[in-house]
Design a binder for this molecule. Structure first.
Ligand code: BGC
Length: 748
């Protein structure tokens, strides 16, 4: 692909898609033909009206100011001489509205296309047809399209000639072959119910909150319209509810051509479970005309899980669907409102779970590449990648969000054991550690700065976005944690890490003297006031919170002797909160882990099985089919959390599955034999779950761990594939090294 071959429409087309056309003729017998395509915007290629390839929403979402992918398709069978090649291009992420009310801030104010068709002849010669000013440009039936707002398709409009393409010299993005996973259509869901709401709305329920679009197949009157809106939930009266989508309209408008019409958006997608047929001829309102098409990156399912508690099985289902819904080329926070951005914190929290559920190696290879490309010269990592404020200084740099730079490369290494990838990411890890090293007034702590804190924790008041835990404490704890991961990575790669081991010791020591006394976090400590814009941030700064203690225990910021008292304190805080957790994005991922590590499995299971809010099963019992953003997105009385931020498809809290898998089921990949070649096998059974049967497909084969109860006896079953060694520890202390094989044990 050649960067000189970018072309654009001769006319401004605002939100409408344009079609670039070329008639392909050749005279010699053809042996093979390949088509490579990229766009600034999104493209959809057709040969003689037939869609090419399985990719949708191509070329995908990269840091367009740096790079854009192209995809290559085999089109040999589709290409008799005289064929019409048409490539439609819409705005997508690069050119349309993305982020908070802004448009085309990624690279460009117009769409562009770059394509290369290679014709390989039987005689060994070839011709290459590239995009250039000989291509014709036409209007298309896509009259407007926006990621957030939806798409308008009118099949009664005839394509109009706009003129010859013009060469486009404005594209700076480097063209790279596809590195990420393909974005594809996955399962198709049939409606489970057509509802007439109390308000009189006609609503179709697909039974599952998801990401993708509805495909409509109808034969109706030419010129009739079908207009649909999308929603995740109904309100407490059973009416269609879209206020939580904020500015995103999610409106698809279709005008029927009168034949066998098939509609679905080409350059947009929605997050939804329900659609409202705002307009639709009555005779077309039939379940068989509508299918919800699930769209996400192609990832092989690797994990499986089942237990004896149906609500936990539903929770697992919700975790899986949270991932499917938010792994659409980049890890997003949510798929429905005017956001859908690559929030690094959410990705950091969930990446371990993600790599258990699916093979996400390709998915992360691409996205982490963009994280590295967007890293500031000083090592800063912004909250969102691709950065929706491209070109601006990276001011919003937050602990636990920026730590994606160290956490994800290490988690991917544990899961897949790919040293080359780790090596590639090592400079990013180092730069992030150095960023924290120089971020604040104190060399070995990260004090001050802009932070999202213990996002959405409950301990600073029900409607507060940020929990009560001190941001300084969180940031400094993550400074230590990321440094420790960087050291491990460097050691795996045979680097001399002496300097960073010293840094780590200094950070840990300074953390302990600044934030702790007598083995406990201090209640209060001095802090530098931080003002971002006009607002002071971080006004609540407490040291004795559930999250603070969880971080100290999880990140080894305490001594071994201090552990029991800290763990008891954590338990005491949980009891004092009415036996409930108070943790947010920062503390929750490690809470159960820390309890189990300190002999408090009973309490960990109690929290897992809790159904009052905040808890995982609260949403399950309130009908969730995906993870909610807030513990109480729907409150007890059926009202909603504030419309300003209330997603029903936010995977972050789904990270509880890594505790279920690593601890309850007991399978953890080991750093000294990554890619599950070596695993710790240490199940923590509990009668309340009845049984578990779970595992993961690895490069070596399937690893499975199961346990069940007969009376008070626990029976275990393990399958270890060839190429994996398991280091077994049973709850009664029994230890054994297990090579490949199937095993049975029983304990009392
Ligand atoms: C997103 C979060 C994200 C946060 C930053 C929100 O708007 O939806 O999931 O991490 O902003 O605090």
């Amino acid at each position: 692909m050649n960067r000189k071959n970018w072309i654009r429409s001769p006319k401004e087309t605002t939100a409408a898609a344009v079609g670039f056309r070329k008639t392909v003729t050749y005279r010699k017998p053809l042996k093979a033909a390949t088509l490579s395509v990229s766009a600034i915007g999104l493209y959809a290629p057709y040969l003689n009206g037939r869609r090419i390839g399985k990719n949708v929403l191509a070329p995908g979402w990269t840091s367009y100011s740096h790079r854009v992918q192209y995809q290559t398709y085999d089109v040999t069978d589709l290409l008799p001489s005289g064929s019409l090649l048409e490539i439609d291009v819409g705005q997508g992420w690069a050119v349309g509205y993305i982020g908070f009310g802004k448009k085309n801030h990624y690279t460009s104010d117009h769409t562009s296309l770059n394509a290369e068709l290679t014709l390989h002849y039987a005689d060994g010669t070839k011709d290459v047809i590239v995009t250039d000013p000989t291509w014709d440009v036409y209007t298309t039936s896509v009259l407007s399209s926006e990621i957030y707002h939806g798409e308008t398709v009118d099949l009664t409009v005839k394509p109009a000639f706009l003129g010859k393409a013009i060469s486009d010299k404005t594209v700076r993005a480097k063209l790279i072959p596809q590195v990420g996973a393909d974005i594809i259509e996955n399962e198709r869901l049939a409606p489970v119910e057509i509802i007439r709401t109390p308000k009189g709305e006609t609503v179709i329920d697909f039974g599952q909150n998801m990401t993708g679009y509805v495909e409509i197949r109808v034969k109706g009157r030419r010129g009739d319209r079908i207009v649909l809106h999308h929603a995740e939930v109904l309100d407490r009266d059973g009416n269609f509810y879209i206020e939580n989508l904020r500015a995103a309209r999610n409106e698809n408008i279709y005008v029927l051509g009168g034949g066998e019409d098939v509609f679905k958006p080409t350059f947009s997608f929605q997050g939804f479970r329900y659609i409202e047929l705002v307009e639709c001829p009555a005779e077309l309102v039939k379940a068989e005309n509508f299918r919800a098409v699930v769209v996400h990156s192609e990832m092989k399912r690797t994990g499986f899980f089942r237990c004896g508690e149906p609500r936990v099985n539903q929770l697992y289902h919700n975790v899986i669907w949270g991932q499917k819904s938010n792994y659409l080329d980049i890890p997003t926070d949510c798929p429905q409102r005017d956001e859908r951005l690559g929030w690094t914190g959410d990705a950091q929290i969930f990446c371990r779970t993600a790599a258990i559920n699916f093979d996400v190696s390709r998915f992360f290879r691409k996205w982490l590449g963009d994280v590295a490309l967007e890293q500031g010269a000083d090592g800063a990592i912004y909250g969102v990648v691709p950065n929706e404020e491209a070109g601006r200084p990276l001011t919003r740099v937050s602990a636990a969000w920026g730590d994606i730079a160290c956490v994800a490369p290490w988690e991917m290494y544990l899961a897949y054991g790919d040293k080359k990838e780790l090596e590639k990411n090592l400079p990013m890890m180092q730069k992030w550690v150095e960023y924290m090293h120089h971020a604040g007034p104190e060399e070995f702590l990260w004090l001050g700065g802009y932070h999202y804190g213990d996002w959405l924790a409950m301990d600073a008041g029900e409607d507060s976005y940020v929990g009560a835990t001190s941001n300084d404490l969180i940031a400094s704890a993550f400074f230590a944690y990321s440094t420790s991961l960087f050291i491990k990575a460097g050691e795996v790669l045979g680097k001399d890490m002496t300097e960073y081991r010293t840094l780590y010791e200094n950070v840990r020591r300074t953390f302990r003297s600044y934030f702790m006394e007598n083995g406990m976090p201090k209640e209060e400590f001095p802090f530098t006031e931080v003002t971002v814009g006009k607002k002071p941030r971080d006004t609540v700064r407490r040291g004795v919170t559930q999250t603070a203690i969880v971080l100290i225990l999880q990140f080894d910021l305490c001594t071994e002797e201090e552990r029991p008292a800290l763990a008891d304190k954590l338990e005491e805080l949980i009891h004092a909160s009415g036996d409930l957790m108070q943790t947010g994005f920062v503390g929750t991922p490690y809470l159960l882990r820390v309890l189990s590590r300190h002999g408090k499995d009973k309490l960990a299971y109690q929290l897992l099985l809790e159904n009052r809010t905040p808890s995982w099963l609260y949403s399950v019992e309130h009908g969730a089919t995906t993870m909610w953003e807030h513990w109480n997105s729907i409150k007890e009385d059926g009202t909603f959390w504030s419309t300003s931020m209330n997603s029903f498809n936010h995977y972050a809290y789904g990270s509880v599955y890594d505790w279920i898998f690593n601890v309850a089921v007991g399978i953890s990949p080991r750093g000294d034999a990554p890619g599950y070649r070596g695993i710790d096998l240490a199940p923590h059974p509990d009668k309340r779950l009845g049984f578990v049967n779970a595992g993961i497909e690895t490069a070596q084969g399937t690893i499975r761990s199961a346990w069940y109860y007969k009376g008070n006896d626990v029976y275990y079953e393990f399958d270890i594939p060839k190429g994996t060694v398991a280091y077994l520890t049973l709850p009664n202390g029994y230890r054994e090294t297990l090579p490949a094989g199937s095993y049975r044990f029983a304990t009392r």
